[in-house]
Design a protein around this ligand. Structure first.
Ligand code: SF4
Ligand code: SF4
Length: 418
C-alpha cells in the first residue's frame, strides 16, 4: 500500500491510494463547551436533505450525548474494540505526539473475523451496524456518568453522589470530509470521489450499487444506505451553498445549514488552504487555521483512526482527561488550558462564531481599551474590548463585532409594548 503523510498522527501511514489533495478543504470547528443539544443543527439538515421516503433513519448530522449516546449506537466503542483486538495493547501515543498504534487502514492487514461475525473488509478495518443500531439517533441523551472512570467511563453507578463528579457532553457530528476517506478507500465501484476545489467527499449516485462497503469502512459511520433507491448517501456539505448558489449571498460561499442554524453559536465552518503535503498551508489570518494550528484549541475527532478528519472540536473542560485524550488525542490538556484562560487574540477570534452565514476567509483585530483584569485558575486574565473584523473570499468585509457584548437600551415605546 502507498504511504501518505498524516500530520494529525505525526507520521506517514498506509492508504490504498497515492496522496492527492484539493486546493482548499472544507473544515469546521465545533466548541463542545457551548453546545446545548437543542438539535437545531440536526433538524436543519434533516429538513433540507433527508426528508424523503427511505431516509427516515438517515441523520447526516446528529448530536449525541457522550459517553453513552451514539448514532449508530456504540459506533466508536465498537471500532476501538476492533482496533484493540487487531493490535492488543499497541494503540498508544508517544510523548512527542506520534501515534504508535495502527490506523484502520494498517489494522486491516490480516484482520481476524470481526465482532458479530462480519467479514474483514480487506482494505479498511470496520463493521456494518445492525439495523436497530440506527433506530434511535439520540439514545441516552443527557445520561451522565461519574468521574471515577477509566478510559471508557462505562462503570455502573453513573449518577451517584457527589453530584459534581458526574459528567456528560454533547458531541455534534457530521461527515468529516476526510483527507484520506475510508469510504472512498473501500468502495469497489470507485463511486466515491473528493472534489478538487473544496475537498468535499461525494458519492456518485449513478455509480453506487449499494454494496455498503462505505458504511462498513467509515469509522464515523456517516454514509447511510437508502433502501428505496438501493444506494448509499452521505452529507454533501451543502455543496450548493458552498458554491455560492444561494441567491442570498450574491455568489459568495455560504456555510452549511447545520452551521448556519446553530443557536448555541458553537460552530464555524470554512475552506482552508492545503499545501503540497496535505497539511494546511500557513494562513495565520484564517480563523480555522488560527484555532487549529496556532492556538491549538481545536482537535480532530479520533485522529488515531487515520482518515485525517476535517472536523475539529474544542474539548469540554469538565470531562476526565483520559476519556478526552482517547477521543481527541494528546493535545487535550493544552487545548483546555488555553481555552479556559484565553489570550487576547483567542478571545477575539472566538467572537467570530455565528455572526454571519457567509464563509469567513480571514480576520483582523483592531485593538480596543482594557476593560478589566482578574485571575482565572491562578493565572492572570485581562479583557480588552477589541474589534474583530471578518473578511470574505474576495477580501470584502463581511461584518465586525466586539469582544464586549453590545448593550442595547430599547426605546420606551417599541412594537409589542403595552
Ligand atoms: S467521515 Fe466517513 S463518510 Fe465522511 S469522508 Fe470520512 S470516511 Fe468518508
Ligand atoms: S444547533 Fe448548535 S447548540 Fe444546538 S445542538 Fe447543534 S451544535 Fe449544539
Amino acid at each position: 500500500m502507498p504511504q501518505v503523510p498524516n500530520w494529525q498522527i505525526g507520521r506517514a501511514m498506509e492508504y490504498p491510494y497515492a496522496a492527492a489533495y484539493p486546493r482548499r478543504q472544507f473544515a469546521f470547528v465545533i466548541n463542545i463547551n457551548r453546545c446545548i443539544a437543542c438539535q437545531t443543527c440536526t433538524m436543519a439538515c434533516k429538513s433540507t436533505w433527508t426528508f424523503s421516503k427511505g431516509q427516515e433513519h438517515m441523520w447526516w448530522t446528529n448530536v449525541e450525548t457522550k459517553p453513552y449516546g451514539g448514532y449508530p449506537q456504540g459506533w466508536d466503542v465498537k471500532l476501538l474494540q476492533l482496533l484493540e483486538q487487531a493490535n492488543p495493547g499497541g494503540q498508544t501515543w508517544s510523548s512527542a505526539g506520534r501515534f504508535e498504534g495502527e490506523t484502520i487502514f494498517e489494522a486491516a492487514h490480516g484482520a481476524a473475523p470481526q465482532a458479530d461475525g462480519a467479514a474483514a473488509p480487506g482494505r479498511v478495518l470496520g463493521y456494518l451496524p445492525a439495523d436497530d443500531e440506527w433506530a434511535s439517533p439520540n439514545i441516552h441523551e443527557d445520561s451522565a456518568t461519574s468521574t471515577g472512570s477509566g478510559v471508557g467511563g462505562y462503570e455502573p453507578g453513573g449518577v451517584s453522589l457527589p453530584e459534581h463528579r458526574t459528567w456528560f457532553f454533547y458531541l455534534a457530528r457530521l461527515c468529516n470530509h476526510c483527507s484520506y476517506p475510508a469510504c472512498l478507500a473501500a468502495c469497489p465501484r470507485k463511486a466515491i470521489y473528493k472534489r478538487e476545489e473544496d475537498g468535499v467527499v461525494l458519492i456518485d449516485q449513478a455509480r453506487c450499487r449499494g454494496y455498503r462497503k462505505c458504511v462498513e469502512a467509515c469509522p464515523y459511520k456517516k454514509p447511510m444506505y437508502r433502501p428505496t433507491t438501493r444506494v448509499s448517501e452521505q452529507c454533501i456539505a451543502c455543496s450548493p451553498r458552498l458554491e455560492g448558489k444561494d441567491p442570498e449571498t450574491g455568489g459568495r460561499p455560504m456555510e452549511t445549514r447545520c452551521m448556519a442554524a446553530c443557536i448555541g453559536q458553537v460552530r464555524m465552518q470554512g475552506l482552508v488552504q492545503v499545501g503540497p503535503d496535505g497539511d494546511w498551508a500557513e494562513d495565520p489570518r484564517h480563523p480555522l487555521y488560527y484555532l487549529v494550528k496556532v492556538a491549538r484549541v481545536a482537535l480532530p475527532l479520533y485522529p488515531q483512526l487515520g482518515t485525517q478528519p476535517n472536523g475539529y472540536y474544542i474539548p469540554p473542560r469538565w470531562v476526565p482527561r483520559p476519556y478526552l485524550e482517547q477521543m481527541f488525542g494528546p493535545g487535550v490538556g493544552q487545548a483546555i488550558e488555553r481555552y479556559t484562560v484565553p489570550d487576547r487574540e483567542l478571545l477575539a477570534v472566538l467572537q467570530l462564531f455565528r455572526r454571519d452565514n457567509r464563509v469567513i476567509y480571514s480576520y483582523k483585530i483592531e485593538e480596543g481599551p482594557k476593560v478589566y483584569e482578574t485571575e482565572v485558575h491562578g493565572r492572570p486574565f485581562t479583557l480588552y474590548d477589541d474589534t474583530v473584523i471578518a473578511y470574505g473570499r474576495d477580501g470584502e468585509e463581511l461584518f465586525r463585532t466586539k469582544v464586549e457584548e453590545p448593550f442595547y437600551v430599547r426605546p420606551e415605546k417599541h412594537p409589542g409594548s403595552i
